[in-house]
Each structure stands twice: as structure tokens, then as C-alpha cells.
Design a binder for this molecule. Structure first.
Ligand code: FES
Ligand code: FES
Length: 141
């Protein structure tokens, strides 16, 4: 069977033309990095956000995924969705929404789970870095 019969055209599209592949400097204080792995298959996803510090808005996002086509498509979709949104909004993105958007079959649900976990981890990392920055600032005083 052809790829397009097994997978929804959106998966094939995001797999062939992934949006926002790349890396930001993880030491940049405006960047949050989420690195997650899927125990089920050993695949790894890195998703990064760049945040406007004043508004808390995500101004840019990128990813690198070493994984299956569904994982690549899921990360690509999520980087598209989060741009221009507030951090509080994106932590409520559910893997089921991603899976539905891409019409992923049930065996591929864990691939979309990676993207949900990765965006949450990226936001958490951003906040953790900010908290650290604040305390080291206090140390100077
Ligand atoms: Fe790409 Fe919907 S098809 S985000
Ligand atoms: Fe592991 Fe898709 S099969 S992320």
C-alpha cells in the first residue's frame, strides 16, 4: 500500500516538509528547551521555544526529532501551533488533539505524546532558567 493510504496526507506533508526544524542556543535566557524520549520505541524529540520576556508570548519555536514519521509530524504541528501563543495556553495542548489533527492511528498515539511532553518540558525549562537567573541576581545584591 502507498504511504498516503496508510497515513493521513497531513502526516506525509509534515514528514516531507517539516516546519521549523532547527535549534536555538539552549543557554539563551529567552529560550526554553524540552528534551523527551519515548520508552516504547527509544525515539527522542527536542522542542525549543523562544519567549518574549515582557508578554510571556512564544515568538518562535523549533524542533529536532530522531523518530518515526508520526513523531516528526507531531513536533512540526506543535511548533506551528505554539507560535504567537502564551506559555500558559500551550501547556494545555493535548496529544489527542495532535493525533486527531494528523489522524494518527492508535498505535501511533505515543508519538504525539512526545510532542505534548516536549512542549510542557520546554515551558518548564524556561521558567526554571528564569528562577535561577533571579536567584543569582539576588546573590549579587
Ligand atoms: Fe500542519 Fe495542520 S496540517 S498544522
Ligand atoms: Fe516512537 Fe513514533 S514510533 S515516536
Amino acid at each position: 500500500p502507498s504511504l498516503s493510504r496508510l497515513y493521513h496526507e497531513r502526516v506525509v506533508d509534515h514528514y516531507n516538509n517539516p516546519r521549523n526544524v532547527g535549534s536555538f542556543d539552549k543557554n539563551d535566557p529567552t529560550v526554553g528547551t524540552g528534551l523527551v524520549g519515548a520508552p516504547a520505541c527509544g525515539d527522542v524529540m527536542k522542542l525549543q521555544i523562544k519567549v518574549d520576556e515582557d508578554s510571556g508570548k512564544i515568538v518562535d519555536a523549533c524542533f529536532k526529532t530522531f523518530g518515526c514519521g508520526s513523531a516528526i509530524a507531531s513536533s512540526s504541528v506543535v511548533t506551528e501551533w505554539v507560535k504567537g501563543k502564551q506559555m500558559e495556553e500551550v501547556v494545555s495542548i493535548k496529544n489527542t488533539e495532535i493525533a486527531k489533527h494528523l489522524s494518527l492511528p492508535p498505535v501511533k498515539l505515543h508519538c504525539s505524546m512526545l510532542a505534548e511532553d516536549a512542549i510542557k518540558a520546554a515551558v518548564k525549562d524556561y521558567h526554571a532558567k528564569r528562577a535561577k537567573g533571579a536567584s543569582s541576581g539576588a546573590d549579587i545584591l
